[in-house]
Design a protein around this ligand. Structure first.
Ligand code: AP5
Ligand code: MG
Ligand code: ZN
Length: 216
C-alpha cells in the first residue's frame, strides 16, 4: 500500500505516520527527516538544504525526487510506504506518478489532514523528539507517561528542530498554501483524495485514518 499524508506544517503527518508504521508495518518516508539526517551527516545534499530549510522554503524538486526514488528501491519499501511531506509541489506529484509507473507501484490514497492555521504555531513550537529513537512528543498535547523519559525506548535526551520557531513557521505555512495546497484538486481529480479532521485529538485522528484504510 502507498499512502500520502498531506497537510500543512504541524498538521500531524509525522505523528500519524509513526502510528501507521507501528500498527501496519508500513515504512514512513519523511522527506523532512531525510533532509535533517543529511544535514546532520554533513553531506552535499544536507549542505544545500540547510539554509533553505532554516528559511522555511522548499528544497529543489530534483533533490527531493532523487532521494525518494532511491529510497523506494530499497527492499523494505515493498511492504508499503507512507509518504510524509512528499510530494509538496505539482512537479513533485507528477514526478511521483512517473516513478511509481516505472517501478510498477500504485498510489492507493492521499489523506488530507484538514487543520486551521491558527493552531499550528502552538503545535510546532511545543514539539520535541526523542534523540535516541525519534519518537515525537508535545509539551501540552502528547507528553511521555513519565516526565523526561521516552515511552518507546526509555531515552532521556530530547531535541527540538531549528526551524520550529514562530517566524519560520509563517514561511512554511506560506509555502504550503502557495505550492502544496494545489495538490488537493490534483488528487481529487484522480478520485483518490480522502479527508480526516486534523483538528481532532490525536487518537481520534488515528481512528479516522484507520476508517479510511478500511475503504481502500
Ligand atoms: P517537514 O519535516 O516535512 O516539516 P513540515 O511539513 O513543516 O511538517 P512538520 O513535520 O512540521 O509537521 P507534521 O505534520 O509532521 O506534524 P507533527 O506530527 O510533528 O519539512 C521540513 C522542511 O524540509 C521544509 O520546510 C522544507 O524546507 C524541507 N522539505 C521537506 N520535504 C520537502 C519536499 N517534499 N520538498 C521540498 N522541501 C521539503 O505534529 C506537530 C506537533 O503537534 C507534535 O508535537 C504533535 O505531538 C502535535 N500534534 C499532532 N497531532 C495533533 C493533534 N491532532 N492535536 C494536538 N496536537 C497534535
Ligand atoms: Mg513531520
Ligand atoms: Zn525514544
Amino acid at each position: 500500500m502507498i499512502l500520502i499524508l498531506l497537510g500543512p506544517p504541524g498538521a500531524g503527518k509525522g505523528t500519524q505516520a509513526q502510528r501507521l508504521e507501528d500498527k501496519h508495518g508500513l515504512i514512513q518516508l519523511s522527506t523532512g527527516d531525510m533532509l535533517r539526517a543529511a544535514v546532520a551527516a554533513g553531506t552535499e545534499v544536507g549542505r544545500q538544504a540547510k539554509a533553505v530549510m532554516d528559511r522555511g522554503e522548499l528544497v529543489s524538486d530534483d533533490i527531493i525526487t532523487g532521494i525518494i526514488s532511491d529510497r523506494l528501491d530499497q527492499p523494505d519499501c515493498k511492504s508499503g510506504v507512507i509518504l510524509d511531506g512528499f510530494p509538496r509541489t505539482e512537479a513533485q506529484a507528477e514526478a511521483l506518478d512517473r516513478m511509481l509507473a516505472d517501478k510498477g507501484m500504485k498510489l492507493d490514497a492521499v489523506i488530507e489532514m484538514k487543520t486551521d492555521d491558527k493552531v499550528l504555531v502552538e503545535r510546532i513550537t511545543g514539539r520535541y523528539t526523542c534523540a535516541k529513537c525519534g519518537a515525537g512528543y508535545h509539551d501540552k498535547f502528547l507528553k511521555p507517561k513519565v516526565d523526561g523519559v521516552c515511552d518507546k525506548c526509555g531515552g532521556t535526551e530530547f531535541t527540538r528542530r531549528s526551524d520550529d520557531n514562530a517566524e519560520t513557521v509563517k514561511s512554511r505555512l506560506n509555502a504550503y498554501h502557495a505550492q502544496t495546497a494545489p495538490l488537493l484538486p490534483y488528487y481529487r481529480g484522480k478520485g483518490i483524495l480522502k479527508q480526516v479532521d486534523g483538528m481532532a485529538p490525536i487518537d481520534e485522528v488515528t481512528a479516522q485514518i484507520e476508517a479510511v484504510l478500511k475503504t481502500i
